[in-house]
Write a protein that binds this ligand. Structure first.
Ligand code: ADP
Ligand code: F6P
Length: 326
């Protein structure tokens, strides 16, 4: 039987649609088991400054459908220092918080892992990032919604691109990873997808484009992940442009539109499952783990493992993308 009576919950790093559904699930599941829940505002910054207050069941009413995070999020430099984490620990003790659920990405889990080791406080992580770049889980909260946002936007770009015989470079988010770019590329029938995991050769891209022109494709869409090593969409477009005068080359950077919006049904359900699993893990006295979903089953992945390993991009999907874009 656990001694934990009160838990804290926070969102940290980049926000992602579905974080609210996770906050709701954590809160209600904890209350269901007789625990008290404190919402910590503005991520680790709020933990350091004591910005926390109790969440009741009604505090999380009517949020499952909302994008963003009602707890707000932040990137906090002070938490990167041991002095900052000491202050955060003092606030947890002052507020009698026995364990913390962190909803965020790998940076947030790095911080959680450190604090958990230094001050012996249980942390359980819920993967929340549109980038889907966390090892140990098939899906992160927000990825599916962002994917659908990208697909909707690129479909619109395709309409205008094919009306004008234009070549578009569309930049999607993914600082270090190409999951969003690759999957959206397949879903939109993009002619090429450029991702950080696969080395891009501009010359290869040019000869590929020449083939497309020979076959008189009425539009060409190249999806570029923002973390692509040859540069962003503008840079790559400039390198390619000079050789393709016959086509009007345009660039669209989708930007933060990808992080907002009402979460998809898939993200709401995933967030609900993971929120419930996180509280189960705490009741089971687990610490320093991320709850994830693999093959539709809940898994516990030690922070050390998720942080040390790099999630692999699906090689088969790269092949499919190449084959279907001939
Ligand atoms: P994400 O969680 O989406 O990857 P960040 O990388 O911005 O987002 O991390 C969120 C926050 O987690 C940072 O602002 C910082 O407070 C904390 N954090 C990140 N990396 C570390 C680290 N190595 N040590 C301690 N805290 C960290
Ligand atoms: O949430 C992850 C992410 O969307 C990355 O793909 C992107 O590089 C980054 O966040 C940008 O976040 P911000 O503008 O908040 O720094």
């Amino acid at each position: 039987m656990t001694k934990i009576k009160r838990i804290g919950v926070l969102t940290s790093g980049g926000d992602a649609p579905g974080m609210n559904a996770a906050i709701r699930a954590v809160t209600r599941k904890a209350i269901y088991h007789g625990l008290e829940v404190y919402g910590i505002r503005h991520g680790y910054e709020g933990m350091i400054n004591g910005w926390m207050k109790q969440l009741k069941s009604h505090s999380v009413s009517n949020i499952i459908q909302r994008g963003g995070t009602i707890l707000k999020t932040a990137r906090c430099k002070e938490f990167m220092t041991i002095a900052g984490r000491k202050k955060a620990h003092e606030q947890l003790v002052a507020n009698e918080i026995d364990a913390v659920v962190v909803i965020g990405g790998d940076g947030s889990f790095q911080g959680a892992r450190k604090m958990s080791e230094e001050f012996d406080i249980p942390f359980v992580g819920i993967p929340g990032t549109i980038d889907n770049d966390l090892y140990g889980t098939d899906y992160t909260i927000g990825y599916d919604t962002a994917l659908n946002t990208v697909v909707g936007a690129v479909d619109k770009i395709r309409d205008t691109a094919s009306s004008h015989n234009r070549l578009f470079f569309v930049e999607v988010m993914g600082r270090d990873a190409g999951f969003l770019a690759l999957r959206s590329g397949v879903a939109c029938g993009a002619e090429a997808v450029l991702i950080p995991e696969v080395k891009t050769s501009v010359n290869q891209l040019k000869s590929y484009l020449e083939e497309g022109f020979k076959r008189k494709k009425s539009s060409i869409i190249i999806i570029v992940a923002e973390g692509e090593k040859e540069g962003g969409a503008y840079e790559i477009a400039n390198k390619v442009k000079k050789d393709f005068n016959e086509y009007d080359v345009k660039v669209t950077v989708l930007g933060h539109i990808q992080r907002g919006g009402s979460p998809s049904a898939f993200d709401r359900v995933t967030a609900s499952k993971l929120g419930v699993a996180a509280v189960d893990a705490i009741l089971d006295d687990q610490k320093s783990i991320m709850v994830g979903i693999v093959n539709n089953k809940i898994v516990h992945v030690p922070f050390n493992k998720t942080l040390k390993n790099v999630k692999k991009i699906d090689g088969r999907l790269i092949e499919i993308s190449d084959i279907l874009s001939i």
